[in-house]
Design a protein. Structure first.
Length: 255
């Protein structure tokens, strides 16, 4: 009930409504940590629903319910169970994402697709460029654990906000229900810059965002030198210092 100033009353009416989803701004990431529900502004369609779980309890997630590694976020992930009915265009679609701030946009995500020795379910990765959907890749893979996939989107011309779509398509064979598809940590972001991220290295790159193992550490790598550097990986002979030999007086009268 609600009370008016005049002292009389009228029924309180409750209603719910959905507001339109806003366009997200890149860099954008989704790790599906949403307590088992589809994230806000994501949508799905097709013959089977995508599910959101934080364990491999289902019998054909990973290798018969066993996942040997983890994603960066861990926790919840999205998966589709290709049981009856077969997955025919089972789609998970992101919200609209403004990529105009990205100079070199890339799409990255984790995928686990273990067929347990049977047939595969195809997995399509599509990106909307503001005008049309573009198939970035079609994967038909068998992975023992989570694998990271990174795709450059520089070849696309974005005329408006982008979207990402993941589609599972069954082969139609009765045994491909062993191949559940799992995804996690979906990101639309700036392309990572590979390089040496150690400021103590001679080739330190302050712009690098991914350490590629290329760091160089010059020094003396001769173990006989007094300044031998066991952690150096580039030999600098001019830097080596050797102990000076002792000079002894010598006398011989040859008698």
């Amino acid at each position: 009930m609600c009370i008016r100033d005049s002292g009389d009353t009228s029924p309180w009416v409750s209603t719910t409504f959905n507001t339109p989803c806003v366009t997200f701004t890149a860099p954008y990431s989704q790790d599906f940590e949403n307590a088992g529900a589809i994230p806000d502004c994501w949508s799905m369609s097709g013959s089977e629903p995508w599910l959101f779980v934080n364990s491999a309890a289902a019998s054909h997630i990973g290798n018969a319910g066993t996942i040997g590694n983890t994603t960066a976020s861990g926790g919840y992930f999205a998966y589709v169970d290709d049981s009856s009915p077969d997955s025919t265009g089972t789609t998970l679609e992101s919200p609209l994402i403004d990529t105009s701030s990205l100079t070199t946009p890339v799409l990255s995500f984790y995928l686990l697709s273990n067929n347990e020795g049977y047939s595969n379910v195809s997995f399509s990765v599509d990106v909307y460029d503001g005008a049309a959907w573009n198939t970035i890749d079609t994967l038909n893979v068998n992975t023992a654990g989570w694998n990271t996939y990174i795709y450059s989107l520089s070849g696309l011309t974005f005329t408006d906000a982008a979207q990402v779509k993941f589609v599972g398509v069954s082969s139609g064979l009765s045994c491909d229900y062993y191949n559940d598809l799992l995804i996690d940590d979906v990101r639309l972001m700036e392309a990572p810059i590979s390089g040496c991220m150690d400021p103590f290295a001679s080739n330190y790159d302050p712009t690098a965002t991914v350490d590629d193992g290329s760091c160089l550490y010059p020094g003396c790598t001769d173990p006989l030198a007094s300044n031998y550097c066991s952690s150096c990986n580039v030999n600098d002979p001019a830097a080596c210092i050797y102990p000076q030999a002792n000079v002894l007086d010598y006398c011989d009268d040859l008698e």
